[in-house]
Ligand binder design. Structure first.
Ligand code: UDX
Ligand code: UDX
Length: 456
């Protein structure tokens, strides 16, 4: 029975995952280590450095009892029997595979550090999304030096979505554990199965070989993203033909073979995983000479870029083919509701294109303004930020709603309209609001994949 767990990387994945393990396994000591001392200090204080509904309640249940945070990564390694690695693996920006392959430098540095400091037999669990066969490579690194400690590498991909992380961790559709088909590999799998079995029904814990687990993570995200790109492709056709993408989405989603989820047309998908994982998959296909397979998946990303571009084109077209010196107010910068995360948010590209048209852009968001300031740090004085949506709307020619925050549904749009220039435009990139209601107030409304409601 494992009694000492370490997680390296206290981010969106590592923090919530370990808080849930600590909650359900009070007899297990869980240490979370991160090189970022500021982040560690935040976690230690019980105020999570990320916005995630319900997280702080879970955190405080175990903090200081069996859940500890530290910036001393190396010092925490020797005592750990099981080490989860959830450091970030962004897309490579340099060298071979730039723009597609995963940048594994953090992972490899972490692996070497584990190799150097581990004392006894250690199970290393991949939580970061990694290219298929990384576990095997890591196992070879671990075997390259005989320091007395023996290692087993497991792949245990994380399927939590931001904004619903706690619920996803508490009641996962499945937990996937990949390991070697040797007796030692099977024993390591069993240790991790026993841990999850404390709160996850046994039939939801799937065990596979390592490569299946690694590939399943990439494939799951590619399938989800593909659904969004598919409905977004249909949304373009709806706008041309007068069909209603919400009606189409409902109609196809009631087919139980298709299912109702991930059929919401939008300005585009974002987040730290979808694009990165698909590009990773494309690179993997290319490495194995599977050009056609790579092109097939790459189209999901191409469609997403097109959707973001198309959104701005529609704005330009509606607003008499010029945005120069007009003020566009952006409602929502996070890549989805209930998170402060802006990684790969469609708002980044949309704002940049609006600024490229010489518009003034005013960004408002309930949680993601720090991220927005960082992402648009080089944009100059034409962009401004305010947490108050009413303030943001003052003097605006148009509102572009880019994140599906619930609070945007309940705003007083009459009041907002009164503060705007005429004619007032509303581009709903999430189909969050009732276009008829907005139209009755006086807005020219442009939802995604629905006919425009124009007064002009
Ligand atoms: C990350 C990856 O992006 C994702 O692909 C993977 O599935 C899980 O891990 P996330 O938790 O969202 O997801 O990343 P992030 O919030 O950036 O957290 C990573 C943490 O690792 C950061 O706090 C960073 O400081 C830390 N880190 C990074 C280390 O502790 N050591 C390193 O060498 C590098
Ligand atoms: C995703 C996966 O869902 C999760 O299993 C994996 O572990 C990490 O990647 P996440 O990126 O947190 O999670 O968010 P998700 O809810 O999947 O949304 C991704 C993007 O797609 C968001 O920008 C969201 O707004 C968009 N989306 C989602 C749509 O545009 N339409 C939809 O119908 C669903």
């Amino acid at each position: 029975m494992i009694r000492n767990i370490l997680c390296i990387g206290a981010g969106y994945v590592g923090g919530p995952t370990m808080a849930i393990i600590a909650k359900h396994c009070p007899d297990v000591r869980v240490v979370v280590a991160d090189i970022n001392a500021e982040r560690v200090a935040a976690w230690q204080s019980g105020v999570a450095p990320i916005y995630e509904p319900g997280l702080e309640d879970v955190l405080r249940m175990s903090l200081g009892r069996n859940l500890h945070f530290t910036a001393d990564v190396e010092g925490a390694i020797p005592d750990a029997e099981m080490i989860f690695v959830s450091v970030n693996t962004p897309t490579k920006t340099f060298g071979q595979g730039a723009g597609r392959a995963a940048d594994l430098q953090h992972w490899e540095k972490t692996a070497r550090s584990i190799l150097q400091h581990a004392r006894g037999d250690t199970i290393v669990v991949e939580k970061s999304t990694l290219p298929v066969r990384t576990a095997e490579a890591m196992e070879r690194i671990f075997k390259s030096r005989d320091g007395g400690a023996r290692f087993q590498v497991l792949s245990n991909p994380e399927f939590l979505a931001e904004g619903t992380a706690i619920e996803d961790l508490e009641h996962p559709d499945r937990v996937l554990i990949g390991g070697a088909e040797t007796p030692d590999g099977q024993a390591a799998i069993q240790e991790l199965v026993d841990l999850y079995a404390r709160w996850v029904p046994r039939d939801r814990i799937l065990t596979t070989n390592v490569w299946s687990a690694e590939l399943s993570k990439l494939a799951a995200n590619a399938f989800l993203a593909q659904r969004v790109s598919s409905i977004n492709a249909i949304s373009a056709l709806c706008e041309q033909t007068g069909a209603d993408v919400q009606e189409v989405g409902r109609a196809i989603g009631t087919d139980h073979r298709i299912g109702p989820h991930f059929l919401r047309a939008s300005v585009g998908f974002g987040g730290s995983c979808f694009e990165k994982d698909i590009l990773n998959l494309v690179y993997l296909c290319e490495c194995y000479g599977l050009e056609e397979v790579g092109r097939y998946w790459e189209a999901v990303v191409t469609m997403n870029q097109y959707q973001k571009r198309r959104f701005v084109q529609r704005m330009i077209h509606a607003m008499f083919n010029t945005l120069a010196d007009k003020q566009i107010t952006v409602f929502g910068f996070a890549f989805k509701a209930d998170t402060g995360d802006t990684r790969q948010s469609p708002a980044i590209q949309v704002c940049r294109e609006l600024l490229g048209e010489r518009a003034f852009v005013c960004v408002t968001d309930p949680q993601a303004l720090d991220g927005a300031r960082r992402d648009l740090a080089d944009a100059g004085p034409r962009v401004s930020f305010t947490p108050d949506p009413y303030e943001a709307a003052r003097g605006a020619h148009a509102i572009a709603l880019l994140t599906d925050w619930r609070e945007y549904r309940d705003l007083d749009y009459q009041r907002i309209y009164a503060r705007m220039e005429r004619p007032a435009f509303f581009f709903d990139g999430r189909n969050l609001l009732d276009p008829e209601k907005l139209h009755r107030i006086g807005f020219n409304v442009y939802p995604i994949g629905l006919p425009e409601r124009s007064l002009l």
